[in-house]
Design a protein around this ligand. Structure first.
Ligand SMILES: NC(=O)c1ccc[n+]([C@@H]2O[C@H](COP(=O)([O-])OP(=O)(O)OC[C@H]3O[C@@H](n4cnc5c(N)ncnc54)[C@H](OP(=O)(O)O)[C@@H]3O)[C@@H](O)[C@H]2O)c1
Length: 329
């Protein structure tokens, strides 16, 4: 029987999501990888408990997360939740739909009312929940009228199956368009979920971060460690037991000599701040005031403990920022 640490709220800062009433922990846990049926259940359970004990109250899922089959991460998380029922009101649980999920025209990559409605019902069953806290459209669909997607998300809220809605992998223009519709409907649209890290700064170039900040929408940032590049893991080669070593990422070929040299230079700065590279990389993302939370992934509990340690030093001196910019050029 799991009993949460009494110290769980002592250190974690909770940041307001845009202009909403919702506050999220600076660090959240994502269950994209390592939570499918291929993983070891005891390890998944230990990761969720470790996170919650450290004040990580937000868990990010999607219908298609899990290996070997879609939905297995939600099933496993649902199993973990059975033993955490008493803490449900201390948790924010998010899920999404938008990518390929089941055969045929209604479960492929799309944003239709049919897909979003059916998928949420399936997710709730797998999770064993009556509602999720946040329901996202996972990726913009150019073939569905945005009004249909927005109405489907709004409907989920009105039916009591979601408390808030969000979008993911939407650029600034797409976000602006759907925001207009949500405003008319008075939908609680509070989150945008883009990728963003020291090594992937498209949200700055696109202006998505400034737009969201100005319009009261929080950013929940995914892959803030660039899938593990921005950790101590690859400073001296590629360990077999890593996402790149297992061939589980499409960005493995970017890990060339130049990249490794850059990571080592960033690591020098992290050390001079009294942090590990992953802690500095997370603090750097959180330094952007548009960001409400960073969604970290993990393959073992120790990584979560290390990464949550970023909250010990979130500020940067001007000199540090300039040095980092020089390395990232
Ligand atoms: N909306 C979307 O389209 C979308 C897309 C992707 C992700 N996401 C969300 O974002 C979450 C995080 O994505 P991500 O997993 O790519 O994030 P990430 O935090 O950039 O990378 C996580 C991986 O880095 C390695 N790692 C983490 N901490 C470490 C440490 N301290 N030392 C050494 N290695 C460490 C682990 O991989 P290994 O140990 O296995 O090498 C871990 O699985 C997902 O779970 C999901 O919830 C959303």
């Amino acid at each position: 029987m799991y009993i949460a640490s009494e110290k769980r709220y002592e250190k974690m800062p909770y940041r307001r999501c845009g202009r909403s009433g919702l506050r999220l922990p600076a660090v959240s846990l994502g269950l994209w990888q390592n939570f499918g049926f291929k993983g070891v259940f005891a390890n998944m359970e230990a990761m969720v408990h470790t996170a919650f004990d450290l004040g990580v109250t937000h868990f990010d899922l999607a219908n298609n997360y899990g290996n070997p089959y879609n939905g297995s991460a939600e099933e496993n998380f649902g199993r973990i939740l059975r033993d955490m029922r008493g803490y449900r009101d201390e948790m924010i649980i998010s899920t999404k739909a938008g990518y390929e999920m089941w055969p045929g025209s209604y479960g492929d990559r799309n944003g239709s009312r049919k897909y979003l409605t059916a998928s949420l019902d399936q997710s709730l069953k797998r999770l064993g929940l009556e509602y999720v806290d946040v329901y996202y459209h996972h990726i913009f669909d150019p073939n569905t009228p945005l009004e249909e997607t927005a109405l489907a998300l709004d409907n989920a809220v009105r039916q009591g199956k979601a408390l808030y809605v969000g979008v993911s992998n939407y650029g600034r223009g797409q976000t602006a368009e759907i925001l207009k519709i949500f405003k008319e409907l008075r939908t609680p649209f509070v989150l945008n979920q883009p990728s963003y890290s020291m090594l992937n700064r498209w949200v700055e170039g696109d202006g998505l971060d400034t737009f969201c900040l100005e319009n009261g929408i929080g950013l929940a940032v995914f892959s803030p460690l660039y899938q593990g590049f921005l950790t101590n893991k690859y400073l001296n080669g590629v360990p077999q037991d890593s996402r790149v070593g297992r061939g589980e990422t499409w960005i493995g070929n970017q890990l060339d000599e130049k990249m490794v040299a850059r990571l080592n230079r960033l690591n020098d700065i992290a050390q001079s701040r009294g942090q590990t590279l992953s802690q500095m990389a997370l603090a750097w993302v959180l330094h952007n005031e548009a960001v409400a939370t960073v969604l970290i992934g993990a393959s073992r509990p120790e990584q979560i403990i290390e990464n949550v340690g970023c909250i010990e030093r979130l500020d940067f001196t001007e000199e540090e920022i300039l040095k980092i910019e020089e390395i990232l050029k």
